[in-house]
Every structure is written in C-alpha cells, then in structure tokens.
Write a protein that binds this ligand. Structure first.
Ligand SMILES: NC(=O)c1ccc[n+]([C@@H]2O[C@H](COP(=O)([O-])OP(=O)(O)OC[C@H]3O[C@@H](n4cnc5c(N)ncnc54)[C@H](O)[C@@H]3O)[C@@H](O)[C@H]2O)c1
Length: 256
C-alpha cells in the first residue's frame, strides 16, 4: 500500500478524533495510505482499535487511543500519550461530533446543549490548545476541523449543533490568525449530507430532508472518501496557502 507514487503525508504524524466510524474512519485510513502514522481516537474503544488494526493490516502505521473528548481531563493525557509515543503530532483532525436531534432553542435543554457544545466545540478548542505548543516547537502543524454547512447557515441542524459548528469555524479562523505566521495552519471542512451512520440515523425519520438531499445539484449524498480526500489535501503541504478557510463540500446544497 505504501509502495507507489508520492505520498502526501509521508513522515507526518496525525491524530483523528471520532475515527471509529464514518468520516473519521475514512480520514484516518486515507491519512495512513498517504504515509502518516495515525492515532485513531474514539470514545468507542473497540472501534478505535478496529480502525488502527485495519490500517496496520493494509501495511500502514497506526495506534488507537480510547477517549471521550467531552472529558476535559482526558485531553491533555491524550496529547501527552501521542507526543510520548511519536515525539511529534503534525496533523490534528478534530472530527468527533454529535447531532442535536434538530431541536430549536426552546426545546434544547441544558443537558443537550452542554453535551453538544462539549463534544463539538469545547473539545476541538482543548485539543488545539494541547497540541499548539509542541507544533510551535516543531516548526508548525495543521488542524483540519470538521465543521458543517450548519457552521455557515441555519436550519442544517438544531440550535446547539448550529452554534457549535459556527464556533468551530470561528476557532479555526482565530487559530489561523494567531499562529499562521509561526507555521500552524487551521482549516475547516463544511460537509453537506454525507452517507454515514450519523446522517442515516437522522434521515430515516426525516423524509422531508431526504427530499432536499435528493434535489441538490450533485443529486446524491456525499461519500466519506470525498471528505477524506479534502481532509488529506488540507493536511498536506499542497494546501500551504490555505489558512483559516471554511471549505464547503456539499454537492451544491448551500448555493440555492
Ligand atoms: N455525516 C454528515 O452528513 C456530516 C455533515 C456535516 C458535518 N459532519 C460532521 O462530521 C463529523 C463526523 O460525522 P460522522 O457522520 O462521521 O459521524 P458518526 O456519528 O458516523 O461518527 C462519529 C464518531 O465520533 C465518535 N464520537 C462521538 N462522540 C465522541 C466523544 N465524546 N469522544 C470521542 N469520540 C466520539 C463516535 O463514536 C463515532 O465513531 C462530525 O463532527 C459531524 O458533525 C457530518
């Protein structure tokens, strides 16, 4: 698997949260095929290990870390483990995220708000904070943050999800502004509807949204591999002039 062509992430170390399934799983696999050592992190420990073992079975380099990114104390420990094992982490993909059942503000209780914000926004902040110092020491690094089209428009999620994803774009821009000249790039990906367990869970109860999905210019849902390809580009030196972007990959959903 690692024998051919120019691998875009050779000699890099990457960490991907939510790598147990869906977009994170696809991103971790693609990063590994491009030559990176990948830490596959997930709250589902067996899924995290399954991701790492699949990479190893394909000839790549990976390890798993079980972590609930909503657990504040676990984040410095995760960073310390990754840095101790590999000496550096060049690429961090903040991907783990949860939906909010599309609840409007009046139907969003404290527990839902706290959970969605903790996983979708506070964790990417804490993870960024944990890795920035070592990236600065190593001369740079790259953050690839999974936002959403809900980070740009309303009604692609409920209140907590939409606020969290707008926040992810703000976090991405601020990190770029503060650290870009010292070698750190941060970019966000704003997917539309991509075919993963998260979207299937939601769409099975939402025929009206399925109708919108079917009517986008692309005429279909996106594939996880398509997000992984963009994530790889943003993680690689090929995208060196892209700082603080919120890149839309939605089959045309948001143009209308
Ligand atoms: N699928 C889509 O259509 C879509 C669209 C826009 C944005 N996104 C975003 O992309 C990201 C990935 O989405 P997906 O569709 O792959 O979701 P998914 O639900 O299929 O997978 C999410 C993964 O994150 C893990 N995870 C959840 N909570 C966690 C926690 N507290 N700590 C650690 N790991 C945790 C889960 O165990 C799972 O493996 C999310 O941030 C999501 O908001 C997805």
């Amino acid at each position: 698997m690692h024998g051919s062509g120019a691998m875009r992430l050779k000699y890099k170390v990457a960490l991907v949260t939510g790598a147990g399934r869906g977009l994170g799983h696809a991103i971790a696999g693609q990063f590994a095929r491009e030559g990176a050592h990948v830490f596959c992190c997930d709250v589902d420990e067996s899924a995290a290990w399954a991701c790492a073992e699949q990479i190893l079975a394909e000839g790549g380099s990976a390890a798993a870390i079980a972590i609930d990114v909503a657990d504040r104390a676990a984040i410095p420990a995760m960073a310390a483990q990754a840095l101790a094992e590999q000496g550096q982490v060049d690429i961090v993909c903040n991907n783990a995220g949860v939906l909010d059942d599309f609840r409007p503000a009046a139907d969003t209780d404290d527990a839902l708000w706290d959970r969605v914000l903790a996983i979708n926004l506070t964790a990417p902040f804490l993870i960024s904070r944990a890795f920035i110092p070592s990236m600065l020491e190593n001369g740079g690094g790259t953050f690839v943050n999974l936002a959403s089209m809900a980070g740009l428009i309303a009604q692609a999620g409920g209140t907590a999800y939409t606020v969290s994803k707008h926040g992810v774009i703000g976090l991405t821009r601020q990190i770029s502004a503060d650290y870009g000249q010292r070698g750190i790039r941060a970019n966000a990906i704003c997917p539309g509807s991509i075919d993963t367990a998260m979207s299937r869970d939601f769409l099975k109860d939402a025929p009206e949204v399925q109708a919108i999905v079917d009517s986008v210019p692309a005429g279909r849902m996106g594939r996880p591999e398509e997000i992984a390809e963009l994530a790889t580009y943003l993680a690689s030196d090929s995208s060196g002039f892209i700082h603080g972007a919120a890149m839309v990959i939605d089959g045309g959903w948001t143009i209308r």
